[in-house]
Write a protein that binds this ligand. Structure first.
Ligand code: ATP
Ligand code: MG
Length: 420
């Protein structure tokens, strides 16, 4: 079915005024133009759309001519960014169907079938075939109130199921990131994944190895920083593709490592739900913490030198998977090293730590460790109290701590002297 009755929910929805203006202007200039992708899908599901994409038969150059505030971007996939002061809309030109050989001149694939460049313009129908899932291939014309649905997207939204356009084995070869997108959409929308898509994730997931670390970092953020971190983490793990996003072992359920990672994921989701800020740096620091602790072990006990020496290597190994921006490297290492400083609490150090720019993050991290397992000896609680009380009470707390450390406890904190 190509032309579907427009569901009420879509009519009522308030689309971005800039996106609507772009569609109107393109149509006025004689082009076809539709709202497409996530914004139509999310509106139909009843979720507030987060960004708006426009699809048109105007070429990037023609789009650029119409909108003064716009810029052509991309090489693999050329499109136009049209922006206002506080919004940016992606306008893409209809792409040709890549399976048609007569178009092959503009499509460049690698030896494994991955599409490297995709800049051959086509028709609306052809553009539709290139999209990943039926629910992402709904085109809405808000001017004429018209919905194009060539692949039963509307039916699949009603049935809450993710269905591939074309054979998913081939589609995931063309672009292996589609397997991550399938998992992400199923969590976000609470949709089932159709069986052939599941099978394609199992069979083609290993191709994720060939995706650039820059693109994988973008996906990492979309997967883990959009309120579904825990859900996605567990699904990725069960499909065997988690290892392409984060350098972690598959820890046994209920082990400290697993409980700590889960606590960090839940914490990320809860912060986002409460509209608090999150950074990929914090989550990466947490997800890699078990690996760091493991690397710092020597003959079963903690070795301080190995701990510090392993930090750079572990970040480097993660870097091979996802291009973690440089600014986060120092942040991650600070959080890790501060875990030890939060533990030592010697002399004037506790006062200094309170003013450390990363204190808050390191303290939150410590609380997560404490929540996941009792290997922190109540340190999280100690710091919670220490922050709240006045100077004389702080002195008293430090005195009590000093006194408690004479005797056998001192041994437990064997690395204290080295640290101070
Ligand atoms: P969200 O913005 O919520 O992540 P989205 O569906 O809008 O979801 P985008 O990455 O913004 O995702 O892409 C917009 C549209 O472009 C998608 O709905 C889909 O139709 C198409 N698309 C994006 N990435 C791919 C891909 N890798 N393969 C095929 N089609 C894609
Ligand atoms: Mg989008």
């Amino acid at each position: 079915m190509s032309s579907a009755p427009v569901p009420k929910i879509l009519k009522q929805n308030k689309f971005s005024p800039l996106a609507l203006e772009i569609v109107k202007k393109l149509k006025k200039s004689g082009f076809q133009a539709y709202l497409v992708g996530g914004c139509v899908r999310d509106s139909l599901v009843g979720i507030k759309a987060k960004d708006f994409d426009v699809s048109t038969d105007a070429t990037p150059e023609e789009v650029k001519k119409i909108f003064r505030s716009s810029r052509i971007i991309g090489k693999r996939f050329r499109l136009v960014h049209v922006f206002s002061r506080n919004e940016l809309i992606e306008v893409s030109t209809f792409r040709a169907d890549t399976s048609k050989t007569n178009h092959s001149s503009g499509i460049v694939k690698d030896s494994e079938g991955k599409i490297l460049r995709d800049n051959v313009w086509g028709t609306l129908e052809e553009d539709c075939i290139r999209r990943d899932f039926s629910i992402n291939a709904l085109y809405f014309d808000p001017v004429e109130n018209h919905l194009c649905d060539f692949h039963d997207g509307l039916k699949h939204i009603q049935k809450k199921i993710l269905v591939s356009i074309g054979n998913p084995l081939v589609r995931f070869e063309e672009d292996p990131v589609r397997s991550l997108r399938a998992i992400r959409f199923s969590s976000k929308l609470k949709f089932k994944i159709s069986n052939d898509v599941k099978e394609a994730i199992y069979q083609k997931g290993n191709l994720l190895e060939n995706i650039s670390n820059a693109r994988m970092f973008d996906e990492f953020c979309k997967i883990f920083l959009t309120k579904e971190a825990q859900n996605n983490f567990n699904k990725l793990n069960s499909f065997g593709v988690l290892k392409y996003l984060i350098n972690t072992e598959n820890h046994p359920e209920n082990s400290f490592d697993s409980r700590f990672q889960q606590a960090a994921l839940v914490n990320t989701d809860n912060r986002l739900k409460a509209s608090k800020s999150v950074t990929p740096g914090f989550l990466i620091a947490a997800l890699l913490w078990p690996r760091l602790i493991d690397a710092a072990k020597e003959k079963g006990s903690f070795n301080l030198r190995k701990f510090f020496r392993s930090m750079d290597r572990i970040i480097r190994e993660q870097q091979e998977l996802t291009a973690v921006p440089r600014k986060f490297h120092g942040y991650i290492k600070d959080i890790w090293s501060l875990q030890l400083k939060l533990e030592t609490r010697l002399g004037h150090q506790p006062y200094k730590i309170l003013n450390h720019p990363r204190f808050r993050a390191a303290y939150d991290f410590l609380l997560l460790r404490e929540e996941a397992a009792n290997d922190t000896q109540g340190m999280g609680e100690w710091w919670t109290k220490f922050q709240r009380i006045n100077r004389p009470a702080k002195i008293e707390m430090l005195k009590i701590l000093r006194d408690s450390r004479s005797g056998p406890v001192e041994k437990k904190f064997g690395f204290l002297e080295e640290l101070s």
